[in-house]
Every structure is written in structure tokens, then in C-alpha cells.
Design a protein around this ligand. Structure first.
Ligand code: AQP
Length: 332
């Protein structure tokens, strides 16, 4: 049995990168027989940068709605939000006493997110990966599906698990998880800059396709997406130094569940306007039903709150048992 755990931050504007890099894969894993899946709305992670309380509440529901609209079935998988299960915060503290500052200093996401003035970043942003390790280790997760940007955090989680087991003479107590990172298209880039990852926090809405965008918005964003003056390449090697072309072809391939080579054959020598038409069409086919379903679900806050409450109860049963064992080992 594979025990799958993954999380998404409720920081608004869930986008195509989150979908193709993570959520689409969650659904696939859920539908494989025997897998036990837990998908968490990581609201404790969200407050590592300042959030407006009302917006946060709305975003928690919206993330849950996005999970469900994308195909995660609350009857098959546990969907819950992190702050409703106290063991996450407790385990994060204990694990932060096992983690080394030197390990955290190497985390590139902190360097990127903290910006120039690191002294002004929150301590939470710095210890973000320790909380992530707590999330995963509390459920004995064996596999963690994430986008490529989370690879380093997963490696840290493995180090933390091993050090805890060593420090407390508890061989194999915390299970060392495997990352599940797609080989292809694991990093979707901004529509405005092929070298920057598509991100919720990018100030330009034109840089990303939101999962709540309607057909017109998708058409407009793809029309305005950055390209280069050349026609589409006829060979994969010709994508070198053409990050925007590579990204758009990657998005198309990922949506079509086909490899890049196949898409290159399909569009070789064509101009971008023709390709963009096809790309928009494909995007709308995938995103439009999700977008409509999210909007429908958001009209029923009671239903979403019930799903999160029931999910949290299930998660709490598992996590409270594990945190008790952790506390025993520590000597509390
Ligand atoms: N551009 C991306 N391509 C592929 N996968 C991505 N993920 C995020 N961006 C991309 C994956 O989505 C999952 C949930 O992400 P998250 O919201 O918890 O964390 P994040 O990486 O901080 O997302 P953003 O959009 O980049 O948010 P901001 O702008 O706040 O930093 C993860 O599995 C992640 O890998």
C-alpha cells in the first residue's frame, strides 16, 4: 500500500502550475487501487507570509473546492485543513529541535521568498520546511507527490526523519518518504517569462492561468503570452534557449498526456498564432469544467466546511496517535 500525503497552500489563485505539477497527479494516485491518500490545505504554511484573515478563510474553502472540482473525492481521500489538527504544530516544534540551522540555511525557496531583506522575513517562513516534514511524517506517508520546486524540502524531510530516528534510537519509527515528482512538465513557467515559475504571488495575473479563469480570460492570456519571433521548432534540440516556446509546448503536452516530441511533430514550423489557438482550446477543455465546478461549490460553504471537518476528524485520529508516540520517545 502506498500512503500518499501532499498539501497545497490556501494563498489564493490556484493556477495551472499547481494543477499540472501537483493536483492532476493527486487525482491519478487517488484512483489507483490500494493507495491511501491524504490531501491537506496547508493553512499554517500560508501564514508564513502575511494574510488577510477574511481572505484566508475564503481561500481555505476555495482550495478545498479546487481539490474536489479537480476530481479528488472526499469519500476516497482525506481532505482537511492543517490548522484543525493540532499535532501538526506540536510535531513541527519537536522536529525543529532536531533540525539543524545549517540544513535550513541551504533552502533555496526561503532565499527566493524572503527577498533581499532576510532579517525582515518571519521565522515561520524560515522553518516552513520543518512544518512540512511534520505534515508528512505524522501520517507515515510513503510517497509525496509535489512539483519540482519542492524537491529540496522533501530531501530535508528525509534528513529530519533519519536524524529523529537516530537521536531517539527508534529505527524506522518515522518513515522516510519518497518524493513523487513527474519526470516531464514538473515545473510550469510564467506566461510572461519562461525562466520564472508560474506562481500565485506573481503580481501580474497575465502570468498565470487560474483554475477559476473562464474561457475568455484563458483566450486572452494565451494571446498575450510571451513568445519569440521564430516559428515552432522541428526538433527538441531547437528548444534550447527558447524557454517560452518550451513552456507553452510543455503545457500543451501535459494537458494532452503526450510527450514533448509528439507535440513538436504536431506543430513543427507552424507559427505561434496557430499553435496558441490549439493551446487555448485544449486549456479551455480542461480548465472550464473545473472552473465552473469550483464556482458551484463555493456557493455551498456549509458543504465545504462539512468536508473539511469530517476530513480533519479522520486526520486527527491518525495524527494524534503518532504525536503521542513521538512525545513518549522524546520523554514527555
Ligand atoms: N509553477 C509550478 N509548476 C509545477 N508545480 C507547481 N507547484 C506550484 N507551482 C508550480 C506545485 O503545487 C503544489 C502546491 O503549491 P503551493 O501552493 O503549496 O506552494 P508554492 O510552490 O508556494 O506555490 P506558488 O504558486 O509558487 O505560490 P507562491 O506564489 O505563494 O510561492 C506543490 O506541490 C508545488 O510543487
Amino acid at each position: 500500500i502506498k500512503k500518499i500525503f501532499s498539501g497545497v497552500q490556501p494563498t489564493g489563485n490556484l493556477h495551472l502550475g499547481n494543477y499540472l505539477g501537483a493536483i492532476k497527479n493527486f487525482v491519478k494516485l487517488q484512483n489507483e487501487k490500494e493507495n491511501e491518500c491524504i490531501f491537506c490545505v496547508v493553512d499554517l504554511h500560508a501564514i508564513t507570509v502575511k494574510q488577510d484573515p477574511k481572505e484566508l478563510k475564503k481561500n481555505i474553502r476555495e482550495t478545498a473546492a479546487t481539490f474536489i472540482a479537480s476530481g479528488i473525492d472526499p469519500n476516497k481521500s482525506i481532505i482537511f485543513n492543517q490548522s484543525m489538527v493540532p499535532a501538526h504544530s506540536e510535531a513541527a516544534w519537536i522536529l525543529s529541535c532536531v533540525s539543524r540551522i545549517g540544513w535550513l540555511n541551504r533552502m533555496t525557496q526561503f532565499k527566493e521568498k524572503a527577498g533581499k531583506d532576510k532579517e525582515k522575513a518571519s521565522i515561520g517562513l524560515y522553518s516552513y520546511p520543518v512544518l512540512m516534514a511534520a505534515d508528512i511524517l505524522l501520517y507515515d506517508a510513503t510517497h509525496v507527490p509535489v512539483g519540482d520546486d519542492q524537491k529540496q524540502h522533501l530531501e530535508l524531510c528525509r534528513d529530519i526523519a533519519q536524524k529523529f530516528n537516530n537521536d531517539f534510537n527508534a529505527t524506522d519509527f518515522l518513515k522516510v518518504p519518497e518524493p513523487l515528482i513527474q519526470k516531464e512538465f514538473s515545473r510550469i513557467m510564467s506566461l510572461k517569462d519562461g525562466l520564472k515559475k508560474m506562481s500565485k504571488s506573481d503580481p501580474s495575473d497575465l502570468s498565470r492561468i487560474n483554475l477559476t479563469d473562464n474561457s475568455e480570460e484563458i483566450l486572452n492570456k494565451i494571446k498575450k503570452a510571451k513568445t519569440d519571433p521564430l516559428p515552432l521548432p522541428s526538433d527538441i534540440k531547437d528548444l534550447n534557449e527558447r524557454p517560452e516556446a518550451e513552456n507553452l509546448l510543455g503545457i500543451y503536452s501535459s494537458l494532452k498526456n503526450q510527450n514533448l516530441e509528439k507535440s513538436i511533430i504536431e506543430f513543427k514550423g507552424k507559427n505561434f498564432s496557430e499553435f496558441k489557438e490549439k493551446l487555448s482550446e485544449t486549456l479551455i477543455e480542461t480548465i472550464d469544467p473545473i472552473s465552473k465546478e469550483i464556482k458551484k461549490l463555493l456557493n455551498d460553504e456549509g458543504y465545504l466546511d462539512k468536508i473539511l471537518l469530517e476530513g480533519s476528524n479522520k486526520a486527527n485520529k491518525i495524527a494524534s496517535k503518532k504525536i503521542k508516540e513521538i512525545k513518549d520517545l522524546v520523554g514527555f
